[in-house]
Design a protein around this ligand. Sequence first.
Ligand SMILES: *[C@@H]1O[C@H](CO)[C@@H](O)[C@H](O)[C@H]1NC(C)=O
Ligand SMILES: *[C@@H]1O[C@H](CO)[C@@H](O)[C@H](O)[C@H]1NC(C)=O
Length: 199
Amino acid sequence: MPGFVRATPRHTSWVVWLAAIVCAVLAIAVIITGIVVFAIYIIYQPKMPYIKVAYAQLNNLVYDQSGLLEIEMVLRLVAENDNKKAHASFSDLSFLLQFHRINVAELRADPFDVAKNSSLELDYLFQSSSIPLDQAAMENMDVALKKGIVSFDLSGHARTRWRVGIFLSVKFRTDLSCELRFFRQNGSAVNLNCNSKSD
Ligand SMILES: *[C@@H]1O[C@H](CO)[C@@H](O)[C@H](O)[C@H]1NC(C)=O
Ligand SMILES: *[C@@H]1O[C@H](CO)[C@@H](O)[C@H](O)[C@H]1NC(C)=O
């Protein structure tokens, strides 16, 4: 039959058998993986690790009527792993502190691990440069100073995953966005309640 290329039947069936076996093995592997993941999830019930602000203090705030703002602040972030049986790791941690949408400071950390049922403190002490405020931020600062309470916004995220034995979860993103308010008089935080818990 000119024009047709005939494959030998034996060769075809060999390839088909091989493909069928590979598919079967893959399907079984997928099912077993699914069962193992499900079992780990049921047995360990991992909770999402998260970041919280444990302490905040506005050590110093210098503001003059030309609109230049300079602050010194202490922030203690805590990476919490409430899992009794799973380790947690954090990466890509990055937070931005703003006053009325004007950047004041950026906080970062290298990747780190937190043992099971444990936490890790990240202490930041920073001194901003002299930051020029725009008109809206200047008005906001005037009001804040009259009220005696100054607010900053802290927002950002980290990636986190947990590990049980050799099993690693996918990375989750944990987001944090809060308002940090300080008494002008003594710099202590007002009703500090800031975490990236997703519930
Ligand atoms: C977890 O930590 C708490 C307090 O840090 C402790 O009381 C508790 O016994 C720990 N649980 C386990 C299973 O390690
Ligand atoms: C800071 O000042 C506020 C109000 O003036 C007060 O309620 C708060 O207890 C003070 N904090 C400290 C640590 O003294």
